[in-house]
Ligand binder design. Structure first.
Ligand SMILES: NC(=O)c1ccc[n+]([C@@H]2O[C@H](COP(=O)([O-])OP(=O)(O)OC[C@H]3O[C@@H](n4cnc5c(N)ncnc54)[C@H](OP(=O)(O)O)[C@@H]3O)[C@@H](O)[C@H]2O)c1
Length: 244
């Protein structure tokens, strides 16, 4: 069994690598910087004694994604679980005055994520087994002025995954959508909030357990499902007046 994890410099992704390796899985790590990915892979191999490998991966290299998937399978055999953990929150204010910045956020979080998932689906569907785990965000559940480029890309990715799940379910391939709330990583560095910020180790364990349990969706921490239920229930005529 082999597990592919993309976005290997993310703490959640790194913890996921250790959690799956502890199960005895071979692990392939992809990150924009191939040397960073190789360092994480070496650490996983030393600690767990499983085969690992790594390579450079860029979410926006759309044309290269099918060849990347082929190279991973060449190195470690058929991919059983693929985790799309990369993401780019960008800078909302900068993006409003500079569409190039907004476009990068849209391309990484939606187009890049959908592109690599299609390449993964193309190898898993004919085999009739495998799992694709897409890390979205609670930000994708409702558009807000403070992060609507990131939020719309993550929301689009969640809809994409819903459709992919509907397609692949009949072919024996699991598609899991993960919607994290606040997790203590680079992305939330310096964040001031009254809502508890989750530990990335716990987040990784919860994602692993949900995937192993055959889940379709996971809010993490789980209370975010309730928070977003309330946020989504606010009528638009009220919501548009709020500053969220
Ligand atoms: N932390 C939270 O509170 C939170 C909440 C909701 C959702 N999420 C999601 O959780 C996932 C993990 O994020 P994190 O919190 O661990 O944040 P992070 O440390 O900022 O990780 C983001 C990862 O995405 C990678 N990445 C960015 N652009 C990329 C590109 N073009 N190609 C390939 N990789 C790229 C980064 O690589 P580099 O090192 O090269 O930049 C990094 O590995 C993301 O999908 C994020 O959107 C996080």
């Amino acid at each position: 069994m082999s597990v592919l994890i993309l976005g290997a410099t993310s703490r959640i992704a790194q913890r996921l690598a250790h959690v799956y390796a502890a199960d005895g899985e071979s692990v392939f790590l992809g990150a924009r910087d191939g040397e960073d990915a190789a360092r994480v892979a070496a650490d996983v191999a030393i600690r767990h004694g499983v085969p690992t490998d790594a390579a450079a991966f860029d979410a926006t290299d759309f044309d290269g994604h099918p060849a990347f998937v082929a190279a991973v399978e060449e190195a470690l055999g058929p991919i059983d679980v693929a985790i799309v953990a990369f993401g780019d929150m960008g800078d909302q204010e900068a993006s409003q005055g500079d569409f190039a910045a907004a476009r990068r956020v849209l391309e990484v979080n939606f187009t890049g994520a959908a592109s690599i998932c299609e390449a993964l689906a193309a190898v898993m569907e004919p085999r009739g087994r495998g799992a694709i785990v897409g890390v979205g965000s609670v930000a994708g559940d409702r558009g807000r002025q403070s992060n609507y480029f990131y939020g719309s890309a993550k929301g689009g990715f969640a809809l994409y995954l819903q459709g992919l799940r509907n397609r692949l379910y009949k072919r024996g391939v699991q598609v899991l959508t993960v919607k994290p709330g606040f997790v203590d990583t680079r992305m939330t560095f310096g964040l001031q909030t009254g809502i508890p910020i989750a530990d990335p180790d716990d987040a990784a364990q919860a994602i692993h357990d949900a995937q192993r349990g055959g889940a379709d969706t996971l809010y993490y921490p789980r209370f975010w499902g309730g928070i977003m239920g309330v946020i989504k229930a606010i009528p638009e005529r009220v919501f548009k007046r709020l500053s969220l």
